[in-house]
Design a protein around this ligand. Structure first.
Ligand SMILES: [Zn+2]
Length: 275
C-alpha cells in the first residue's frame, strides 16, 4: 500500500470525477491520501476536511486525511479570523497536519516579512494543537535564501515542540535535506523526481535514509513521467515511488512499506492506516 502524502483533492479540476479519481487511486494501490486544506485562501481551508467527511468509509476508496493551513502567497489574509478558523480546524481529528505553510521567495506572492510572520503565527497554533506541519519552501532562483530563513524560524519556534513535519515536494540540496532530517522532518518527493532535468534532486534522493522519505503527487500539479503535462492525481504516485525505489536500490514494495510506516510514525496513526 502507498500513501500519497500531499494532494489537493479539493481542486476544482476534480469537480467532475472526484470519486472516480479516488477509485483509480485505490486500484493503483494507494491506501491513503493526505488532502491539503489551503484552497484558494483561508476561506477555503475547510474543504479538505469536508472531503474526508464525504468519502471516508466508502469501500473501494483510499482513506482520506486532511490538513489546514494558509499558503505563503495567502499570508496577507492571515488575519485573526483566519487564524481562529485554522485553530478550530486543527482541533478536528481528521485534520492531522497544519499546512502547507512556509516561505516562497521565488513567486513572492506576499512580501517576505508578511510570509515570515504568517508562518510563525501558524507554527504557534500548530504547536498548541499538537499537529505536525507541512512545509512549502522555495528560494529565489538558485538561492537558498528561503531555506536559510525557514531553518532559523523552525529552530526558534518549532524544534522544541518535537512534533516534526514534512518537507513537501522537496527540491533543495543535500544540506537542506540533512538539516530537515536532523530536525525530525520527513522529506517528501513528488513527480518532479522523474523529470529529465532533475538529476541533482535524484542525487539527493539517492542519499536519503529509508526512514526519512515519503512520496506524494502534489496533484493536480506536477504529474510524473509518463503522465507529465496531464492533470495529476493520486494514482500516479506509484510512478514516483518506482523512481525512488530505483534510486535507493530497494523494491517498490519496500518503498511502499517504509513510506507508509514513516507516515504512520509522524502522525502517530495505527499501523493499519489505509485499511
Ligand atoms: Zn501543495
Amino acid at each position: 500500500m502507498l500513501i500519497d502524502s500531499h494532494a489537493h483533492l479539493d481542486s476544482p479540476r476534480y469537480a467532475d470525477d472526484r470519486e472516480a479519481m479516488l477509485s483509480r487511486a485505490w486500484e493503483a494501490g494507494v491506501g491513503a491520501v493526505l488532502s491539503i486544506g489551503i484552497g484558494e485562501g483561508p476561506a477555503e481551508m475547510h474543504q479538505a476536511l469536508d472531503l474526508c467527511r464525504q468519502f471516508n468509509g466508502r469501500p473501494g476508496l483510499p482513506r482520506l486525511f486532511a490538513s489546514a493551513g494558509i499558503y505563503p502567497h495567502a499570508t496577507a489574509e492571515a488575519d485573526e479570523n483566519a487564524l481562529a478558523k485554522l485553530a478550530a480546524l486543527l482541533a478536528e481529528p481528521e485534520v492531522i497536519a497544519c499546512g502547507e505553510i512556509g516561505l516562497d521567495y521565488y513567486h513572492e506572492g506576499a512580501p517576505r516579512d508578511v510570509q515570515r510572520k504568517g508562518l510563525i503565527r501558524q507554527l504557534e497554533i500548530a504547536a498548541a494543537r499538537r499537529r505536525p506541519i507541512l512545509i512549502h519552501c522555495r528560494g529565489s532562483n538558485e538561492s537558498t535564501d528561503a531555506w536559510d530563513d525557514l531553518f532559523l524560524i523552525l529552530e526558534e519556534h518549532w524544534g522544541k515542540t518535537g512534533l516534526g513535519g514534512i518537507m513537501h515536494c522537496f527540491g533543495a540540496g543535500w544540506e537542506q535535506a540533512r538539516r530537515s532530517l536532523d530536525m525530525g522532518f520527513l522529506v517528501s518527493f513528488a513527480g518532479n523526481l522523474t523529470y529529465a532535468k532533475a538529476q541533482p534532486l535524484r542525487d539527493v534522493a539517492a542519499r536519503m535514509p529509508l526512514d526519512g522519505v515519503l512520496v506524494e503527487t502534489d496533484a493536480p500539479w506536477l504529474a510524473p513521467v509518463p503522465q507529465r503535462g496531464q492533470r495529476n492525481e493520486p494514482a500516479f504516485v506509484a510512478q514516483t515511488a518506482r523512481a525512488l525505489a530505483g534510486l535507493l536500490n530497494v523494491s517498490e514494495a519496500e518503498i511502499a512499506t517504509v513510506t507508509t510506516k514513516n507516515f504512520g510514525r509522524l502522525f502517530q496513526l495505527r499501523p493499519d492506516v489505509g485499511h
